[in-house]
Design a protein around this ligand. Structure first.
Ligand SMILES: Cc1cc2nc3c(=O)[nH]c(=O)nc-3n(C[C@H](O)[C@H](O)[C@H](O)COP(=O)(O)OP(=O)(O)OC[C@H]3O[C@@H](n4cnc5c(N)ncnc54)[C@H](O)[C@@H]3O)c2cc1C
Length: 524
């Protein structure tokens, strides 16, 4: 599969023999300065009057760091700072504001947690998203926050169809294989180990470590499907889509454990629907705003942590802020930045490495927000209507999410958030940063024009975020390979907390590790 770039865009224009109007826009967000600074291995001398004493320094203001801050504040600890390199907190759950709607730059939904996930439920209660419990104890989320119908549709050979799995034109054998796949998922949904733990559950820390389950991590999801005689093209597409969507990886690059986790961790028992999605126009940016509001002026933005030096008294944390060096003498550090960065930032880590940080590998994505003056019109009377999530079958992208979906009005201005994992590309990250805004905008518009020929005319602006290290990759052997488990233990006075530690990038996992690290410190 080749990158859908300028050549394809040009071909499309030539075919139509028209000069397409091209919208305005820019590359936004992600600072690339950190990588350069850290690779230079500089030493940093902080002036004597630029040191501050603090009990806890939290490095990284993504969901994990903000959740740690939330937990500390709730337990009465306020002597902490959150040091965030970007101008905005939130990491990969950041969002944009403004007209016609807020819009995500990464994470855009949270499935309703099972009743056992008490701390996450307490966050949802605090945000007033809930309206009670059912008789069985299950959470009731206010209807306006649950993704409304139609939730998903897929574009295939010129038409939109309901759902993500393509049923139209299915042969008997394909139907049988799909039913067989669901049967196998149900087995894993109902599976319990000797201690009563599920095979797959969120947060994954509560999942079973029984050998029957962990063996699934040794093979790819593609191998698992083949070993089970599941070879139907549309089923393979469906599973490949799931891996690209949740992990930014292709089917063959994804651990079977992670593939089965995707399909079975959010179903309570066989026969039940998967947990419904909580979503907002700005996606998980809503959670970020709430978590950040609790920590207020203790979040120091544009503070790049360049060095962490553990010593007998605690930990010295050095930041670059507005071109100046600042230091924090902390008793403890919560390291809520991507785990692979630890050897570059933590002094002495390499001499006495507590785990192999290079095992924590990330993939690259780009996300485009298209600001539309109107929504695309259906092309056929019987086309399935605009949904929240809109996927193009014959595309390496994941399609787009509609920010105004919850309003229930299907006309007028909106923002479409388009997702493109670079997993089809050799050297995807390097390529991503070699492309200019116009190349990436071209990829997006060319792709969407298959389903919406008027996309060039209705898009007023298209802004693009390049995520060089978007998500941890749950490739075969990583989840149960041992390094993740080692990294969950503190190193000197440094407690790691990042979604990377779960091997899967999810809000709930980041939240769990933030709370775990905060609790670890409280318990010392
Ligand atoms: C495109 C995309 C779509 C996604 N969609 C969903 C979704 O719909 N639902 C879902 O649950 N999850 C989704 N995710 C995953 C979700 O965003 C993450 O799991 C979660 O937000 C991770 O939070 P975190 O705090 O662990 O990490 P990060 O988001 O990586 O945050 C780490 C923070 O540390 C900061 N930092 C790094 N180095 C330094 C330094 N040296 N000094 C100071 N600060 C530093 C970074 O700037 C960042 O703010 C998506 C992710 C991406 C990329």
């Amino acid at each position: 599969m080749t990158f859908l770039g300028a050549p394809l865009a040009m071909a499309a224009c030539e075919e139509q023999n028209v000069q397409q109007r091209f919208p305005e826009g820019e590359i936004v967000g992600q600072s690339v300065q950190l990588g350069h600074i850290l690779r230079e291995s500089r030493t940093f001398e902080v002036p004597a009057d630029k040191w501050t004493n603090v009990k806890i320094a939290i490095v990284g203001g993504g969901v994990a760091g903000l959740s740690a801050a939330w937990k500390l504040s709730k337990s009465g600890v306020t002597d902490f700072v959150v040091l965030e390199l970007e101008k905005e907190a939130g990491g990969t759950s950041r969002s944009g504001e403004g007209t016609p709607a807020g819009h995500p730059w990464g994470a855009h939904y949270l499935p309703v947690p099972f009743r056992e996930n008490a701390e996450l439920i307490s966050l949802l209660d605090e945000m007033e998203l809930t309206e009670g419990r059912r008789a069985d104890g299950d959470l009731v989320v206010k209807e306006q926050y649950l993704c409304r119908e139609p939730e998903e549709r897929v574009f295939y050979k010129g038409r939109w169809y309901d759902g993500l799995y393509l049923h139209v034109g299915e042969s008997d054998d394909e139907k049988r294989q799909f039913a067989e796949f669901q049967k196998k998922i149900n087995v894993w949904v109902n599976w319990r180990d000797a201690r009563g733990r599920r095979a797959f559950v969120v947060p994954s820390a509560l999942a079973s470590d029984d050998a029957e389950v962990t063996a699934l991590d040794k093979i790819s999801f593609g191998d698992w499907l083949r070993q089970n005689g599941l070879t139907s093209e549309r089923l393979i597409w469906y599973c490949d889509y799931a891996c690209r969507d949740d992990y930014g990886l292709k089917l063959e690059q994804t651990s079977a454990w992670a593939g089965l986790f995707y399909f079975s961790s959010r179903i309570r028992k066989s026969g039940d629907e998967s947990q419904p999605f909580i979503t907002f126009p700005e996606g998980n940016g809503r959670f970020v705003r709430h978590l950040a509001a609790g920590a207020k002026d203790r979040i120091l933005r544009s503070h790049v942590v360049v060095s962490i030096v553990p010593n007998e008294k605690g930990v010295e944390v050095v930041c670059l802020a507005g071109g100046e060096l600042r230091g924090f003498r902390a008793e403890e550090v919560i390291y809520a930045s991507p785990i692979f960065t630890a050897p570059y930032v933590i002094r002495g880590f390499r001499d006495d490495a507590p785990f192999a940080a290079s095992e924590f590998q990330h993939n690259a994505w780009f996300v485009a927000n298209l600001f539309l003056k109107d929504r695309p019109k259906p092309r056929f009377a019987r086309d399935f209507p605009l949904a929240w999530d809109n996927v193009i079958y014959e595309s390496p992208s994941l399609g787009y999410v509609n920010a105004t979906h919850q309003k229930g009005i299907d006309y007028g201005p909106s923002v479409f958030t388009y997702y493109y994992p670079m997993c089809h590309e050799e050297g995807g990250r390097t390529k991503l940063f070699n492309y200019e805004w116009r190349d990436l905008a071209d990829v997006c518009l060319t792709d969407l024009s298959r389903a919406h020929p008027e996309i060039y005319d209705i898009t007023e602006r298209i802004d693009i975020m390049r995520w060089g290290h978007a998500m941890i990759s749950p490739r075969p052997g990583f989840i149960w390979g041992g390094e993740r488990q080692k990294a969950m233990k503190p190193y000197r006075n440094i407690h790691f907390a990042h979604t990377d530690l779960s091997g899967i990038a999810l809000f709930e996992e980041a939240f769990h590790h933030g709370l775990r690290a905060a609790t670890e410190i409280r318990g010392r």
